[in-house]
Design a binder for this molecule. Structure first.
Ligand code: NAG
Ligand code: NAG
Length: 370
């Protein structure tokens, strides 16, 4: 189904839901709601009651009282390599599929009422700023943020099948689209793939003409490699400037733009795709050590039982700080999407960068429609 026909289907469903009394759809889709941060943020962005998926699991007003590892804060932030959040479950050993509607914000920076990503969970992070979006991609010991080991995960986005978002009521803010003033901007279009010991989170500038295209949410079965083509590497922490990607799902054949049709899950695993995504060139990459970046969360522990199988995971390069060293040039030109070296696990490589049959067959089958 192409994005165009999906949109039509959603519109049709909305009309039907109006007839049957809005048992599924909210009066206002999450992506149509605007709240300025921090003063305009309501207790819950999703105040609907009586809808099929129930009520918003957490809240959006987050403060020093809510901060900590039991926080149900569903307001996230994405600013830089050392200041971002990921959506992940509130309870240990959960799958993304089972909890997509209720994920909470796990962040690298204290002070905003959220949970904090435990020390050493992040095992390689690439932050990228481009003309139309910012993106953070990386590797993570996902059990430390309550994602079941082995879960290949899925997509979180502010739409979802019922337009309430996944998580329902999840809000996202950044200071990166209004520089140098640093004012907070609500990010309207974003997507966050979590799972396979990896993640990618793209936040599109609402001032751009194509925010919904770059942050497309309908290709939820084909992972980071196709939705956020990148060359993030395990063990490497870097912040770069880059060119825009192609719109997810759009590729060129004989000079003609073609939109990929993602088959429904009922047809089985996606065994191959008709194109290889292009990793755009980047430049001005600055590399860091994780120790220098994440000092504020260095003492945050994962909850004991959720991490028994992987508590020993550690990040390389935790010695002296190399923060501020700039690589001489962009080494990131897009020769293929595969991650290189550094021991990526099969599924992490699959979700982040690898393309091809193994990716399609092993990982895609478990990704869910969000
Ligand atoms: C902190 O946030 C919680 C959850 O939204 C809210 O119930 C509480 O009133 C807030 N506390 C203050 C002091 O603002
Ligand atoms: C997580 O849940 C799965 C399925 O319920 C179970 O098999 C596994 O032992 C659990 N792992 C941990 C670390 O609790």
């Amino acid at each position: 189904m192409s994005p165009v026909t999906l949109s039509s289907a959603v519109v049709a469903a909305l009309i039907v839901s109006g007839v049957v009394g809005q048992s599924t759809y909210p009066a206002t889709p999450l992506a149509s709601k605007r709240f300025s941060y921090p003063t305009g943020v309501p207790y819950k962005a999703d105040s609907d009651v009586g809808l099929i998926r129930g009520e918003q699991a957490g809240y959006n007003q987050c403060n020093s009282t809510t901060e900590g590892q039991t926080s149900l804060c569903q307001t996230g932030f994405i600013n830089s390599i050392d200041d971002f959040c990921l959506w992940a479950p509130s309870k240990i050993n959960s799958t993304i599929a089972d909890t997509e509607g209720e994920e909470v914000a796990w962040c690298t920076k204290p002070g905003r009422g959220t949970r904090l990503i435990p020390a050493n969970a992040l095992q390689g992070v690439q932050f990228m700023k481009t003309p139309d979006y910012i993106q953070v991609v990386g590797f993570i010991d996902q059990a430390m943020i309550n994602i079941q080991t082995g879960d290949s995960g899925g997509e979180l986005d502010p739409h979802g099948a019922d337009l309430r978002g996944n998580p329902m009521g999840g809000l996202l803010y950044t200071q990166q689209f209004n520089t140098p003033s640093g004012q907070w901007t609500q990010v309207i279009e974003w997507h966050n793939f979590m799972g396979g010991e990896a993640f990618c989170f793209k936040a599109c500038d609402p001032a751009g003409a194509h925010a919904a295209d770059y942050c497309q949410h309908v290709f939820d079965r084909i992972g980071c490699a196709y939705n956020a083509p990148n060359n993030a590497q395990k063990g490497v922490f870097e912040s770069c400037l880059g060119d825009n990607q192609d719109f997810p799902g759009v590729y060129t054949v004989n000079g003609q733009a073609v939109t990929y049709s993602q088959p429904p899950e009922s047809l089985g695993p996606i065994m191959s795709l008709p194109y290889q995504p292009r990793v755009p060139p980047s430049s001005s990459c600055t590399q860091f050590t994780s120790a220098s970046l994440y000092t504020a969360i260095a003492s945050v522990q994962a909850s004991a039982t959720g991490t028994s199988s992987s508590a020993s995971a550690s990040v390389t390069g935790s010695g002296t700080s190399s923060r501020g060293n700039t690589k001489p040039s962009g080494s990131q030109s897009g020769a293929g999407a595969q991650t290189t070296g550094n021991g990526n696990g099969a599924s992490a490589g699959a979700v982040i960068g690898m393309t091809g049959v193994s990716f399609a067959g092993i990982v895609l089958s478990a990704l869910l429609f969000s």
